[in-house]
Write a new protein. Structure first.
Length: 236
């Protein structure tokens, strides 16, 4: 079996079994990662996520700095803040993340990468390790991006367990600055879908500004579960 067929089979097996487990916290609406790394890229990123359910309204923000350590590997460090039950906003956790580009863009019918991430809660010995596949394929002026991730959680307040997460984005490349999309997320007792918009503005050389905005509505029929996410990323 060729390398390309093996990759497609691997993806189909992962998707087929993805609904057997899910993340314990149910928070799966986040960035959909692309499997690409630019040589010598540096980036500063800010993410905003607001989630409303019948029980509560949560708000979190992330600030990150990343740097490519080779033409195929980039590393990014995050600090995460979250609003608590008293409406006070404070430091929630720290993260270190790496993306690895497995195939050169256009080398095969689809492009592949790997995501690896380690998170530790602030002032609590709780940990989360995430790893999985990043997939992207172009169909004319549209692109399909899939993240199939495994998540292992452990710590003093968490039961050690292995879960998973699935994200999908189908994007229409209208113009670089405006690209509408549909996004799909699955998690613990949660399936969400909604519209997204994103774009990129290029400056000189590798300098570029990326933006994303998405509204994801829960489709479980168990009450309100809506998420609004926004992200800005400056690469230089």
């Amino acid at each position: 079996m060729t390398f390309r067929r093996n990759l497609w089979l691997w993806l189909l097996v992962i998707i087929a079994g993805w609904q057997q487990h899910a993340r314990a916290d149910g928070v799966v609406v986040d960035r959909v990662y692309h499997p690409y790394v630019l040589p010598n890229e540096r980036e500063v990123e800010w993410r905003f996520l607001s989630r409303q359910t019948d029980e509560k309204n949560t708000l979190s923000q992330r600030i990150a700095f990343g740097h490519a350590i080779s033409e195929y590997i980039t590393v990014e460090a995050y600090i995460v803040g979250e609003r608590d039950q008293s409406d006070d906003f404070g430091l929630q956790s720290y993260e270190i993340e790496s993306r690895i580009m497995l195939t050169d863009q256009g080398q095969y019918d689809a492009d592949w990468g790997i995501l690896v991430e380690l998170e530790r809660q602030h002032e609590r010995d709780n940990w989360e390790f995430t790893s999985g596949l990043l997939f992207e394929k172009e169909f004319g002026r549209t692109s399909l991006t899939i993240n199939a991730l495994l998540v292992y959680e452990w710590g003093v307040d968490l039961e050690s367990e292995l879960e998973n997460e699935f994200r999908l984005q189908y994007r229409y490349r209208f113009i670089p600055e405006i690209q509408p999309a549909i996004e799909l997320y699955t998690g613990e007792d949660f399936v969400g879908m909604g519209p997204a918009f994103m774009g990129i503005h290029r400056y000189e050389k590798q300098k570029q500004l990326k933006w994303e905005l998405a509204f994801i509505a829960g489709l479980n029929g168990k009450g309100k579960d809506h998420s609004l996410r926004f992200a800005l990323e400056y690469e230089f």
